[in-house]
Design a protein around this ligand. Sequence first.
Ligand code: F6R
Length: 243
Amino acid sequence: MEVKIFETKEQMGIYAADIIENVMKSKEYPVLGLATGDTPITTYNELIKRYKNGEISFKNVKTYNLDEYVGLPKNDKNSYYTFMHEHLFDKVDIDSENIHIPDGNPADIEKFCREYDREIDDAGGIDIQFLGIGRNGHIGFNEPSDKFTEGTYKVKLTESTIEANKRFFEKESDVPKYAVTMGIKNIMKAREIILMAYGFNKAEAVKNMIEGPVSPSCPASILQNHPNVHVILDKDASSLLKK
Ligand code: F6R
């Protein structure tokens, strides 16, 4: 794991955008794995800026998002579909056919999950996967558990995740209880990974991810076994690390 520590979220976003830009320029048809939440926003802003300056294009880019809430209409203001369009897709030249976000309301969820896995494989696999981390060490919506997960699946969100995400909803009871998420095996198949975290409230999860044992009780700790991970932190998120 390469660990880099920065002063500001903007610097973190610039560094992550540099890595993503490199991947975008090194392949004719790059495949990006994307995340939602607060963490990727400065990176997406930087990518939009570079697109507007004519430095990068998303014309040949395919994207696969990590996760989506189950049960929210696609156009709900809190769906990850809406988030991605507002924070990135509507502001760059991506072809809508190349955007893939898990369907939170499929008729047959099991069938949908197998198709999502197959589509990622058919696209050639993910070249670079962006990850945030939950306060409980989750990546995607892979919550702490007694085993590492495999392909895309429907997951019951933990109280900690519902608590953390209630800030976007009017009341806690409005937060969906389930999500569809890529599994740990999908994430580990990505050729390169960025994991970004900022703020004191992520420090313990970051410490467990980097210094703890590889254990499904901290799903992000599996990244210790991946050959090409960039961990991008601010001082607060890195504050519990030994060195
Ligand atoms: C989002 C996702 C989650 C978030 C994590 C951190 O697509 O998969 O794992 O990355 O919950 O969320 P923020 O960035 O809001 O702190």
